[in-house]
Structures are given as structure tokens and as C-alpha cells.
Design a protein around this ligand. Structure first.
Ligand code: ADP
Ligand code: MG
Length: 343
């Protein structure tokens, strides 16, 4: 009786600690947290961050709108922890949200990490999960988790290519027999696309827009190539000549032009990874296709551009934003799989 009651009160967690979003999967319950990796904090007179005001979606709404005494921080940069204390505060908040405050047992936690992370960075992830309440922390490379979540045969001797386009980085990996055969990591992904839109709008229309507006433009009308259909969006920014707020209308073509360089770099990363892939594994990719994951994979026509550039089939993972956490969750539920892919 007591055993099963304790069982109900404890659960293990899989965490996708992303530069843009943090997702948490709990055993037996599935996805329980899906929030932006943003923390809003008060700033002391010396600039030292103090009290946590908001975490996740609520904190993201404050980005670019904070008064002088508040900062909205993204504690991860390029897939790794840039601010240890803030990451820990954020993890603690999300883990509490996932298991509840009154849990009797500390959870075992699987955290997904970029493949090329250093030993110091690995320890930072482990320590922050431990001090946020984890009993045991296991690390799984993100490309493997993404591939498992996308339903690829990762443990078989079959080559699979996964392209994960997140906030800070694009990770291209060819996987076979539970390991990574070839990989390329690029610091061009969703954030770089937002920045490219900001600089395009400034150059072309002499209007300054904020980060949140740029992301909204990308989500609503962003295209990797000039679209066949007409799309437009009216956005507000600050006219750099008059200094006053001004409205402009942007089109899908505008975004394609703005994103041209970022898209070309992603295409090049895929090409160069294919070039370094052993021929047998490359042959498997012809059959299976290149699988796109991460939020950036949702950019309109990106799959078409990659298909044309590589001559290979390109498919989107069923749920690009969630496949890393769902893959890590599957590892938690299947110990034999976890043993094969954990570092
Ligand atoms: P990370 O793993 O780094 O946290 P995610 O995989 O969660 O990143 O993806 C977040 C990125 O995906 C953000 O830059 C976001 O703007 C972008 N994104 C989400 N949806 C779309 C979309 N429909 N089109 C283009 N980009 C998108
Ligand atoms: Mg990610």
C-alpha cells in the first residue's frame, strides 16, 4: 500500500533544456512543462540579479518591456548554460512544477545536451539539475533524443540524418547503432533568423523593430524562399528618421530576402555533413530522407530548399518542437534504450 502510494508521489523526469524552450516529460504522465527558457529578475543597484519575478511564458512577455530595475534573462546561450544561477533557478521552478512541491522522492532526471559540449559544461548541467532537486542526473546527446522522438531506428545499423534547428544552434547529425557518426554544429538558428529580420527591416525601411516583433514576423510570414502565395503582415516599429512609432507592411518575399544568408548556412552545414558521411550510411539517408526537428524546422519552405539543394527526400518530424523531449522521455520509460544512448 505504502509502496504504491510512494510510487504515485514519485516520478522521473526527462528535460530538454533548450536555448529557446524548456520542456519536461514525467514518467507515467507525459509532457508536463513546455515553456520559454526565460527568467525575469529584479536588478539590484550594483547590477546583481536578485529575486525571481517570473519564469517561462510570463517572463518572455516581459522581454524588451522591462523597466530599469527588472531584467528578463535567457540563461542559456548556444545550447549551453551561460548563467549558472539563473539556469538553476529556472530548472528548480520547472522541476517543482513537474513533480509538485510535496514529492517524497527526488526524481531521477535525464537531461538532453548538445553533442559537442565540454566536460565543464556537462558538469554545469549536472550540478544545476542536482541542486534543483534531482537525485541522479543522466545526460543524453540531443541529436539522439531528437532522432528517437522522431521515430528513427537509432539503435539499428542504419544511417539516419537529423537536422535540429533550435534557438541558438543548428545541429546536424548522422546516427547509427546508438551513436553519432558525423555531425556539424552551427551557431545559426532561430535567434539568428530574428536578428536577420531586424537588420533587414532597418536597412530596407529605416524602421527599428524589437526581438519579439521579429520573431512574430518569422512565425507568421517567415519563408526560407520566395513563397508562391502572397503573405503580408503589418508591424510596428520606430522610424529611425523621425523617432516616432510607425507601421509598415512586410511580405513573405521580404522575409525570404532577410533570411537568405541564414538559410544558406544551414544548407551548407547539411551538405558538408553529407560529404563527411561514410557511403553506406549516406546510402541509407537516400531511403530514409533527412529528418528536420526543432522549432526552426517549421520555417516555411525550408524543407523545399533543402530537398532541392541535396536531391534527397526531406521530412519534418511529426512534432518538431517536442521530439527531443519525447525521445528523452522514451529513454526514461525504456531503461535498455537509456543505457545505450546515455553518456
Ligand atoms: P531550443 O531547442 O533551442 O530551445 P526550439 O527547438 O524550441 O529551440 O525552437 C525554438 C526556435 O524555433 C525559436 O527561434 C522559434 O522562433 C523558432 N520557431 C518556432 N516555431 C516556428 C515557426 N513556425 N517558424 C519558424 N521558426 C519557428
Ligand atoms: Mg532543442
Amino acid at each position: 500500500m505504502l509502496e504504491s502510494a510512494l510510487g504515485l508521489l514519485s516520478c522521473d523526469l526527462a528535460i530538454d533544456l533548450g536555448t529557446a524552450n524548456t520542456l519536461v516529460y514525467a514518467t507515467g504522465r507525459g509532457l508536463v512543462v513546455d515553456e520559454p527558457s526565460v527568467v525575469a529578475m529584479t536588478k539590484g543597484p550594483t547590477g546583481v540579479v536578485g529575486r525571481v519575478l517570473a519564469v517561462g511564458a510570463e517572463a518572455k512577455r516581459m522581454v524588451g518591456r522591462t523597466p530599469g530595475n527588472i531584467v528578463a534573462v535567457r540563461p542559456l546561450k548556444d545550447g549551453v548554460i551561460a548563467d549558472f544561477e539563473v539556469t538553476e533557478a529556472m530548472l528548480r521552478y520547472f522541476m517543482e512544477q513537474a513533480v509538485g512541491r510535496r514529492t517524497l522522492k527526488h526524481p531521477k532526471v535525464v537531461v538532453c545536451i548538445p553533442y559537442r559540449i565540454t566536460e565543464v559544461e556537462k558538469r554545469a548541467v549536472q550540478e544545476s539539475a542536482r541542486s534543483a532537486g534531482a537525485r541522479e542526473v543522466l545526460l543524453v546527446p540531443e541529436p539522439l533524443a531528437a532522432a528517437i522522438g522522431a521515430g528513427l531506428p537509432v539503435t539499428e545499423p542504419i544511417g539516419s540524418m537529423i537536422v535540429d534547428i533550435g534557438g541558438g544552434t543548428t545541429e546536424v547529425a548522422v546516427i547509427s547503432i546508438g551513436g553519432i557518426a558525423t555531425t556539424t554544429s552551427l551557431r545559426v538558428a532561430g535567434d539568428a533568423m530574428d536578428e536577420a529580420i531586424i537588420s533587414y527591416v532597418r536597412r530596407r525601411y529605416n524602421v527599428l523593430i524589437g526581438e519579439r516583433t521579429a520573431e512574430q514576423i518569422k512565425l507568421t510570414i517567415g519563408c526560407a524562399a520566395p513563397p508562391p502565395e502572397r503573405m503580408s503582415l503589418v508591424v510596428k516599429g520606430r522610424d529611425l528618421s523621425s523617432g516616432s512609432p510607425r507601421q509598415i507592411e512586410l511580405t513573405g518575399e521580404d522575409t525570404a530576402e532577410a533570411l537568405q544568408d541564414a538559410v544558406a548556412q544551414i544548407v551548407e552545414a547539411v551538405r558538408s555533413t553529407l560529404e563527411r558521411t561514410p557511403p553506406e550510411l549516406g546510402a541509407d539517408i537516400i531511403d530514409q530522407g533527412i529528418v528536420l526537428a526543432g522549432g526552426g524546422a517549421l520555417l516555411r519552405h525550408l524543407d523545399d530548399v533543402l530537398r532541392e539543394a541535396t536531391g534527397l527526400p526531406v521530412v519534418l518530424a511529426e512534432d518538431p518542437l517536442r521530439c527531443v523531449v519525447m525521445g528523452a522521455g522514451e529513454c526514461l520509460e525504456r531503461p535498455e534504450l537509456l543505457k545505450r544512448v546515455a553518456l
